[in-house]
Write a protein that binds this ligand. Structure first.
Ligand code: GP9
Ligand code: MN
Length: 695
């Protein structure tokens, strides 16, 4: 302790001495005088980056973001430090080149943001359709004045340099032996700013940075220059991944599908042939909420009704990885698993995918997606083309105001209501259609509670007093917890769904339509909240003690099993028919396309899941982390242990078989996407034909 105090005092003394020296010897003045060119470059490049944030996102907290400022500053100083190694006559060229480079980044992003409300990506520039779209947009709108402002930066640098040249500045200040020293000092300053920047990072910042899809957020927290460098790295990564191992991947792929035997028909084949399909992507809706009540009120009365009247798959798991919503869309549409690194939507949008949208388009269906969010979220604008959607109705097609916003964007109530006229038009103009509606309001952090409407998650009891009078007692229960807020949010989202179904019906849009609802993934809620839900001690308003005989531990396995999501296939006339049933077989998102596809009369020969009605009693659901679940057990591949689901032990052979099955499936799925095997497969088949014909 004493030693530390001593050290601190010493540091204080040193700091005061340095500051006094700086003041007495006019060091700041001297520094500025000797580094005019570098400082001009610094101000211009950081200034342009700040200007870009100002023009793009008009909120003070954003464009004056200290984090972004530090990020930009660190990059510009570090790059600029190497300029000191150049001879004076080349130094200007060095700074001018980088000023032009940084200015170009700001200009490109400024133009791009005007059209797409998002920031540019190197990977997208390599896609021809994107270049075309941007080209058209630029020509149509002519670059705006605000996009040209950035050019003032390099002009300032040129003017400053010519003034310095006139005064013989470089000769006066340059000492050859000091070049390296000046570079090192500047580099150290740059690294110090970088460290300062890194310590301000939160875990949310890091997670969004890794995922790379919420570009606005990254630019606002990391600055445009760090965003663009990280974007470059993540754009190159897929190319590196696909450079080596093609032959092995191709061989494994061929073996895998040669050995796979799919039953292609069953009693469900074509039951929905030529019907329209409306798929509801229900954001963060979990299955364990279905049937749940508070004070006799159902949390999700509308979903409960669909489950009761339709084909309800009650043991259905989402199989998402870091791509969350986008992974759910990928797996639902293609029966492929998420990629091992990056996400298919962001890193591999230019691959060939065999999708439900493409197969139905071939049958003359009009295919579309509706989502009232920015079209670049999860890179949907680009990826949807590869998935075979013919149209994407995104934020630009909806009227979004502050009043009708909940959480991330347009409220689901408004989204559905504003979608009805669009759906009516689609229905009038097309014989058959397949559409996806992506909900948004029930998205973490579920904190817009006042907008969800009245729904209490407490316990209300009426007790009788000794004098015979009655009194209502309220126990807080889930009120104020994150899970409690989730139920309120869920209740709201469910009510919008109910309202939507009524509107669809009123407009005759349910007459020839199959309605499909899937929860895209779980809501990532705290386990402690579930323990409160299942172990509430109302007398003391707390969770029961772990050693209480009534305590029902919601352990990590219960948590994993609780991540199930609903999957329902429903038509207006299904209730009471032979199709109105609950299917309890364990099932994954990758089984959705094979199951629904069979009902619509389409078949994907490279599907990884199964038509659930062909594998009853023996299905397996693989997860991206190598875990798997069957009707018998949930296996955790990290802990190398399992939870029996039927009270019986499973054999070592079964574990080995299922684990190998899972690993192989994950490898093949990843290879299909990374090595673009579905495209190359077609090419080699053509080649084969040519060889056979002797061309
Ligand atoms: C974004 C929305 C939510 O547009 O679909 O995505 P998520 O955060 O759930 O992946
Ligand atoms: Mn989602």
């Amino acid at each position: 302790m004493k030693r530390m105090k001593f050290k601190l005092n010493k540091f204080k003394e040193k700091l005061i001495a340095t500051l006094t020296r700086v003041k007495e010897e006019h060091l700041i003045k001297k520094y500025i005088k000797n580094n005019i060119l570098f400082l001009t470059y610094l101000l211009v490049c950081v200034g342009n980056a700040t200007l870009l944030r100002y023009f793009c996102i008009h909120s003070l907290s954003n464009y004056l973001s200290i984090k972004a400022l530090l990020g930009d500053l660190a990059v510009v100083i570090i790059v600029g430090s190497f300029g000191y190694l150049c001879k004076p006559k080349n130094r200007f060229t060095y700074y001018l080149s980088f000023t032009i480079f940084f200015t170009a980044i700001c200009m490109i992003n400024s133009v791009y943001y005007t059209f797409y409300s998002s920031f540019a990506s190197v990977s997208m520039l390599s896609l021809t359709q994107y270049v075309g779209a941007v080209g058209d947009a630029v020509v149509e709108n002519v670059i705006q004045l605000k996009d040209l402002v950035y050019i003032i930066g390099p002009i300032i640098l040129i003017i400053v340099n010519s003034k310095l040249n006139k005064n013989n500045y470089y000769k006066k200040i340059e000492v050859k032996s000091e070049r390296k020293k000046r570079m090192l000092k500047t580099l150290t300053a740059g690294i110090a700013v970088l460290v300062l920047f890194l310590v301000t990072m939160t875990s949310l910042d890091v997670s969004r940075f890794v995922k790379q899809w919420n570009k606005e957020y990254i630019v606002m927290r990391f600055g445009i220059y760090i965003y663009q460098s990280s974007d470059l790295v993540s754009s190159i990564q897929p190319k590196l991944n696909s450079m080596f191992g093609y032959d092995k991947a191709k061989k494994n792929f061929n073996d895998y599908f040669e050995n796979r035997e799919d039953v292609k028909t069953n009693e469900y084949t074509n039951i929905f042939k030529d019907k329209n399909v409306l798929v509801i992507h229900a954001e963060s809706m979990q299955q364990n909420v279905i049937g749940l009540e508070f004070n006799g009120q159902e949390v999700s009365p509308n979903l409960n009704k669909l489950a009761k009247e339709g084909m309800y798959f009650s043991n259905f798991y989402s199989q998402v990885s870091v791509g969350t919503s986008s992974d759910a869309e990928l797996t639902f549409s293609t029966s492929l698993m998420p990629t091992k690194s990056g996400t298919a939507f962001v890193s591999y949008p230019n691959r060939t995918y065999n999708s439900i949208q493409k197969l139905l388009s071939e049958k003359g269906y009009y295919t579309f997606s509706m989502h009232a969010n920015n079209a670049d979220f999860w890179n949907r604008r680009t990826m949807y083309k590869s998935l075979g959607y013919q149209e994407f109705y995104s934020k630009k097609d909806y009227e979004v105001t502050t009043e009708n916003t909940i959480g991330l964007g347009l409220s689901d109530m408004e989204f559905f209501t504003q979608s009805i006229p669009k759906l009516k038009k689609i229905n009038e103009e097309n014989e058959n259609w397949y559409g996806t509606m992506i909900m948004l309001s029930n998205h973490t952090p579920f904190s817009d509670v006042e907008k969800y409407g009245e729904f209490s998650v407490d316990i209300k009891e009426t007790i009788e007093n000794e004098d015979g009078t009655q009194e209502e007692v309220v126990y807080p229960y889930m009120e104020g917890t994150k899970l409690g807020n989730y139920f309120k949010s869920y209740h709201y989202a469910d009510s919008t769904l109910g309202n939507f179904i009524t509107q669809l019906d009123e407009n005759g849009l349910l007459d020839n339509t199959v309605l499909v609802v899937y929860g895209d993934h779980d809501a990532r809620l705290p386990r402690s909240d579930y323990n409160r839900l299942y172990n509430y001690d109302k007398e003391n308003d707390k969770t029961l003690d772990k050693d209480d005989p009534n305590y029902n531990d919601y352990d990590s396995y219960q948590y994993e099993l609780g991540r199930k999501v609903p999957f329902i296939i429903w038509t207006k006339d299904m209730a009471g028919s032979k199709y109105n049933q609950e299917i309890t077989e364990v099932m994954g998102m990758y089984d959705a396309m094979p199951t629904l596809g069979n009902m619509l009369g389409i078949y994907n020969e490279y599907q990884l899941g199964h038509d659930i009605f062909n594998v009853l009693g023996k299905n397996i659901v693989c997860f991206p982390n190598g875990n798997w679940v069957t009707n018998k057990a949930y296996y955790n591949s990290q802990k190398i242990e399992y939870l029996s689901l039927n009270g019986e032990a499973i054999s070592e052979e079964e574990i080995k078989y299922n684990t190998e099955y899972t690993n192989k499936l994950l490898d093949v799925s990843n290879d299909i996407i990374v090595f673009d095997l579905l495209t190359k497969n077609q090419v080699s088949e053509e080649l084969l034909e040519e060889v056979e014909k002797g061309i």
